[in-house]
Design a protein around this ligand. Structure first.
Ligand code: SAH
Ligand code: SF4
Length: 360
């Protein structure tokens, strides 16, 4: 059989390619990403088996600190976009951010994710000072997710002690990217990811699922590009339309579409860290559990202080807005145990190829 042409394979042949860890190609990615409901169940269980073989039962917990809802950007899908004048904004002080990290550590987290809009009050030096303080006073790994900044800032934060960076590419389709990002461009965003990779960050990216006009073929292109990039952490979640954005009337992404992508990612990236995202839990009460049973191995519970949480309104219907950090920690542990999984006790750093060969 000729796998090099662009015509799609039947589902069984496509799954066989995935399980043979063939290089990702549209010919087998598209039939998996667009498969029927009954085939999807087989896709999920194949991905779950690969997850069990490569990641074991452990689920990595990352404590999410949403430290500022102020953003200079105008992404068409996001409730924090600068033109959403009705959005309530807040910014935690450096002291509050460090104190929240301490609280996360006391709740047993080994990683904090510092996430925000693109808020330039946090200059390169200000954010570096926060990173240094957390590193000096805790044993936490730090993941940053503060959007597009210049290479010098990324380098400075890495030197200050940041371990990982999350920057979703959102979509690699040039026309769709341009339609969603009037004030950014795909090449610049890709360059940010190349810079982060070259600076030695553990590299996280991802896409939204169900964006207007997106098809299985679009997502296949995303998977191939993320593979070329060498992504080590990949977060995917359904697009959820926000009423105060230009996409307010667009259809929402679905749990099922997203699960297909999670499963495909597990087959293409057996070693990667794949979160069961909050957006999955927001669309369905068991959305995160379903992702954990279709290839995912990470959850990012919220540790943002309760009074500001509702203001980090990227999309409507976000879960856990009125819960406190201690409640979220207990709730997620219960959910993980309920599906027969365990909470990881280590930092959950990504394993690089050299480590994988030595089993480190
Ligand atoms: N400002 C940073 C981090 C905060 S936004 C950044 O943009 O990278 C984090 C993620 O939220 C984005 O990458 C995007 O994928 C997701 N997001 C934004 N709006 C969304 C929506 N309406 N539905 C689902 N996810 C959304
Ligand atoms: Fe800002 Fe990130 Fe939302 Fe874009 S997705 S508007 S950069 S917070």
């Amino acid at each position: 059989m000729n796998f090099t042409n662009s015509s799609s394979l039947a589902f069984d042949d496509a799954l066989a390619q995935a399980l043979a860890f063939a290089a990702p190609a549209r010919a087998w990615l598209v039939p998996l990403l667009g498969c029927s409901e009954s085939d999807a169940l087989r896709l999920y269980s194949a991905a779950d088996a690969v997850r069990a073989a490569y990641q074991g039962t452990d689920v990595q917990l990352r404590g999410l600190i949403e430290f500022s809802s102020i953003c200079r950007k105008n992404c068409a899908y996001c409730g924090l976009r600068v033109e959403n004048r009705g959005a309530e904004r807040y910014r935690l002080t450096p002291e509050e951010i460090v104190a929240t990290a301490h609280r996360a550590e006391s709740l047993g987290y080994k990683t904090v994710v510092l996430q925000s809009g693109e808020d330039l009050w946090f200059t390169t030096e200000r954010l570096a000072a926060i990173i240094r303080e957390i590193k000096a006073t805790t044993d936490l790994a730090i993941t940053l997710s503060a959007g597009e900044r210049d290479r010098d800032a990324y380098a400075f934060w890495r030197e200050a002690g940041a371990d990982r960076y999350l920057l979703r590419i959102e979509t690699t389709d040039p026309a769709l990217f341009a339609a969603l990002h009037a004030d950014s461009n795909l090449d610049a965003r890709k360059q940010c990811l190349y810079d982060l990779r070259d600076l030695g960050y553990q590299l996280g990216t991802g896409v939204m699922v169900g964006l207007p006009g997106q098809r299985p073929d679009t997502l296949a292109g995303d998977v191939i590009w993320m593979h070329e990039l060498g992504a080590e952490m990949i977060g995917v979640g359904p697009f959820i339309p926000h009423p105060d954005t230009p996409l307010k009337d667009a259809a929402s992404g679905t749990v099922e579409q997203t699960l297909r992508l999670v499963a495909v990612l597990r087959l293409v990236f057996p070693h990667a860290h794949l979160p069961a995202t909050t957006a999955m839990g927001s669309l369905h009460p068991l959305g995160r559990e379903r992702a954990l049973q279709a290839g995912a191995n990470v959850v990012m519970p919220n540790v943002t202080p309760g009074d500001v949480r509702p203001k980090y309104a990227i999309y409507p219907g976000k879960i856990c807005l009125t819960d406190d950090a201690e409640h979220c920690r207990g709730c997620i542990t219960g959910r993980i145990h309920a599906i027969g999984r365990t909470v990881a006790a280590d930092h959950g750093h990504v394993k690089r190829v050299a480590d994988q060969e030595t089993g480190a």
